[in-house]
Design a protein around this ligand. Sequence first.
Ligand SMILES: Nc1nc2c([nH]c(=O)n2[C@H]2C[C@H](O)[C@@H](COP(=O)(O)OP(=O)(O)OP(=O)(O)O)O2)c(=O)[nH]1
Ligand SMILES: [Mg+2]
Length: 317
Amino acid sequence: MSQKQLHVAAAVIRDKSGHILIAQRPKDKSHAGLWEFPGGKLETGETAQQALIRELREELGIETQTSQPLIQIRHNDPNAAILLDVFEVSAFSGTPRGMEGQALAWIKPAQLVNYPMPAANAPAVRAARLPRQYLITPQRLEPEALLCGIKQALAADCRLLQLRAPNLFSADYRDLAVDVLGLCAGKAQLMLKGPLEWLGDFPAAGWHLSAEQLRKYAACGRPFPESRWLAASCHNAEELKLAAQIGADFVTLSPIAPTQTHPEAAPLGLEAARDLIAGFNQPVFIQGGVTPDDGEQAAAIGAQGVAGIRAFWPSGG
Ligand SMILES: Nc1nc2c([nH]c(=O)n2[C@H]2C[C@H](O)[C@@H](COP(=O)(O)OP(=O)(O)OP(=O)(O)O)O2)c(=O)[nH]1
Ligand SMILES: [Mg+2]
């Protein structure tokens, strides 16, 4: 028997305080008792977005007003090959109710990991917990200027930050990392970049692997548990494959367009980026020649959002 192909639309619905709505799958359905993002299978002739609107009306009694693509996940279940098409719903009318008797819960994004979900959902949970922008610190700034810019960025609601300072000596970078971790506490997730030997010294930080580190360590698998964020810099299909192998939670994909800092690197362009993202199951930030204004375009090609240095830095880097 050939395997069933299921295309499913599901919603990460956020309220004004940033809580996310999840539902418990009823007893009579597959994956009974597990929690899910509300949604369901596309009907013949429907687009994913049309199915989303219909499902949220049927299952929750709400009218969707604003939805944006968040992530597409391809997952092979024992019974079906699923394409889970996840959207973010930030505006709706009505009050969600369990129209099919299902239990509902509004939870903080960080609590998502405490609710058992179908295996296909893991990348969607990561996507729901991540913001749409990833700020990377500019090169050649002294620690004082970096701290000043980081404070401004945090005040402007930066929630994901990579401390990249290749100009600093190791000891200076490590001192700075301690200070930046203090600034970020309770506000933003800090990603550090450096030798894996330092991992144990910064347990509160995530780690961003260079493509070179990815090549070196991919075969060893994930260097630390799921409780810490692991990211990697990717530039092509081969590196994305290594990122999947090492178990990266998210990646940057670059360069999308020509940049001032790397004029020699051949840009991917949006079309090629779209194809690469379609073949990768975790959140992708597009980087290189993109600006904070390109968020919608990023979502349209399946990316989580945009990452960058100069165009994202408060004082222009
Ligand atoms: N809605 C939803 N479905 C998910 C998620 N994760 C996941 O693996 N799935 C799978 C479970 C099911 O195989 C399929 C969705 O099926 P469904 O039972 O919700 O479909 P439906 O709402 O159209 O319900 P029905 O009319 O078939 O009863 O996708 C998720 O987060 N949300
Ligand atoms: Mg459903």
